[in-house]
Design a protein around this ligand. Structure first.
Ligand SMILES: [Zn+2]
Length: 223
């Protein structure tokens, strides 16, 4: 791919597939080995930029970055880290919309490795199964902690919830700021991006309106 194509893909935020593109050998090395290798690669990047790694403040940075990548920012790449979600029978026969809103999004764009910061709002209508509320937040957190494009993040959360809950009646909306838009390129500090995925009854405008009205009445995050 030439350098112009590389910029075009980054600036247009093009994602290539619904699944995070992973290598077949992605998990052959242990986390400790990955941290050691990334530490070595990152110190080369810093040296190339002319930084003096014997400086006390800088000397630990390659290790800190490597550990942060594997254990924190990108822990969601490893399927073993997906939160364990137990489902419970819908014994109360609850048949209306349930909304979990203002879930923090702390993600990173896969084109520039810069933060994506925002909120996710999830609604679903239970059929036979329900899950603990905090599990929705944990699932959002897991998919966010990968190099992402916002559209794919929205789809991955949506599909997992449909599967886990055993219902098509799921809606996911994400509004987020991309630091690669606000801090570089066009440098637009105010704009944010909204993505939406819905299925089942949320195909009906009325049901979507009910969801958005609940969000609007509960906060000022959706304008
Ligand atoms: Zn980006």
């Amino acid at each position: 791919m030439d350098k112009i194509q590389i910029e075009v893909i980054g600036d247009n935020h093009i994602g290539t597939s619904e699944k995070t593109p992973m290598r077949a050998d992605a998990f052959e090395r242990t986390e400790a080995e990955k941290i050691e290798n990334i530490q070595s690669h990152f110190s080369k990047i810093m040296k190339e930029m002319g930084l003096d790694l014997t400086d006390e403040s800088l000397s630990g940075t390659p290790y800190r970055v490597a550990k942060m990548y594997i254990k924190e920012l990108f822990y969601g790449l490893n399927p073993n880290n997906r939160p364990k979600i137990s489902t419970f029978p819908n014994t109360y026969g609850y048949q209306n919309i349930l909304v979990e809103q203002d879930i923090n999004i702390d993600s990173s764009c896969e084109h520039h490795f810069l933060p994506i910061i925002g909120k996710a709002h999830v609604g679903y209508i239970p059929e036979h199964k329900v899950i603990g509320l905090s599990k929705i937040n944990r699932l959002v957190d897991y998919y966010a902690h990968r190099p992402q494009v916002q559209e794919r993040l929205c789809v991955q959360i949506f599909k997992d919830l449909q599967e886990t809950l055993g219902t098509k009646d799921v809606i996911v909306v994400i509004s987020a700021k991309h630091l690669c838009v606000s801090s570089r390129s066009i440098k637009d500090k105010e704009s944010f991006t909204t993505t939406l995925n819905y299925g089942g009854v949320f195909v009906n405008l009325d049901k979507r309106a009910e969801f958005f009205n609940l969000l609007k009445n509960n906060g000022d995050h959706i304008k």
